[in-house]
Design a protein around this ligand. Structure first.
Ligand code: HEC
Length: 297
């Protein structure tokens, strides 16, 4: 009996199964109509895009690569590049739903990100599409309160003071979160709520690295229901940081002129020592030669 024949047919059958399974997996996602029409009730802004980029970097780059670079992981079904034209044709609600629910090797992120965090990711993905126009949400007659923020720093207790108003009236029970903008994204200072006077206090660690004037770039977000306000402000809060450049001062990696004194000294001592030894060796040879010549006489 020729077992080879069997092997061949078994492999062929397996391949067929895989192909069918694959084609099946790549079929269209089933997105409920209502979910497709879902839109963000907040207009995407730079802050959301920044937050989304951090979440994307941490949770999506491993498979989807950097949007627009076509450097996604080669797997079947393909994760694809989320900046591609074909992908970007989809509705916001569809993208939102796919991220939340996942499918196959695409993880579901429903339990990882809150809805607003998922919208941040959508905002980030949309930032790669120049032709994108964000749909205006239909709030069904709900009036969105307009919040105004005022920031102060109480240096006696190292606290950031956030006052929230709507039409000059202080607003209680508004969620307030504050961040410091750094070189690599932003750092959460804290989250709290305004008191009955419309004021929220957040601790500031005096050890935080400020700029040369001791200023921090503070980003504050206040939200309650559909109401949302944001404010960015540079405030003097900490000790100034003097940033020395790596080539300033004398270092072992500096140029000749700026090399550390000890390095220069030991360099010259070594050179001097080597030449002295060479000098004595030459003198030694000369003496041997001289002694030999004297012996001949
Ligand atoms: C472990 C790898 C992996 C990770 C991590 C991952 N994905 Fe996916 N993603 C996939 C795969 C594979 C598919 C294709 C699934 C399919 O078609 O059945 C996919 C599909 C998608 C789709 C639908 C693509 C389309 O063409 O409609 C979206 C949207 C998506 N991913 C977004 C994300 C986001 C956002 C994150 C991070 C929060 C993420 N993915 C993280 C593997 C991954």
């Amino acid at each position: 009996m020729n077992y080879y024949k069997y092997y061949k047919s078994i492999i062929l059958i397996c391949l067929c199964f895989l192909a069918v399974a694959n084609a099946n997996a790549q079929s269209d996602w089933e997105i409920p109509e209502k979910e497709q029409e879902n839109v963000s009730f907040i207009m995407f802004d730079d802050d959301m895009i920044l937050e989304g980029s951090i979440a994307y970097e941490n949770s999506c780059t491993s498979c989807h690569g950097t949007p627009g670079q076509d450097d996604y992981m080669p797997m079947a079904p393909s994760p694809g590049d989320l900046a591609s034209d074909q992908f970007q044709e989809q509705k916001d609600g569809t993208i939102f739903y796919k991220i939340k629910k996942g499918r196959g090797s695409m993880p579901k992120f429903e339990d990882v990100f809150a809805d607003d965090e998922t919208w941040n990711i959508v905002a980030y993905i949309r930032s790669f599409n120049k032709n994108y126009k964000q749909p205006i949400p239909d709030l069904g007659g709900i009036i969105i309160p307009e919040y105004k923020l005022k920031l102060d720093f109480d240096e006696n207790v190292d606290k950031l003071v956030v006052k929230v108003f709507s039409k000059e009236i202080p607003q209680a029970e508004v969620d307030v979160s504050a961040f410091v903008k750094g070189m690599f994204g932003k750092f959460l200072l804290g989250k709290t709520q305004t008191n009955e006077l419309g004021i929220a206090y957040l601790d500031i660690d005096p050890q935080l690295p400020g700029d040369a004037e001791g200023k921090l770039h503070i980003m504050v977000k206040a939200s309650k229901g559909y109401g949302l306000a944001k404010l960015n402000q540079k405030m003097k809060m900490v000790q100034p940081t003097i940033h020395k450049s790596a080539i300033e001062g004398r270092h072992i990696w500096s140029t000749d002129e700026m090399a550390p004194i000890w390095l220069k000294t030991s360099f010259f001592i070594t050179i001097f020592g080597v030449w002295t030894i060479l000098f004595f060796i030459v003198i030694g040879f000369y003496n041997i030669k001289k002694a030999g010549r004297e012996d001949l006489h």
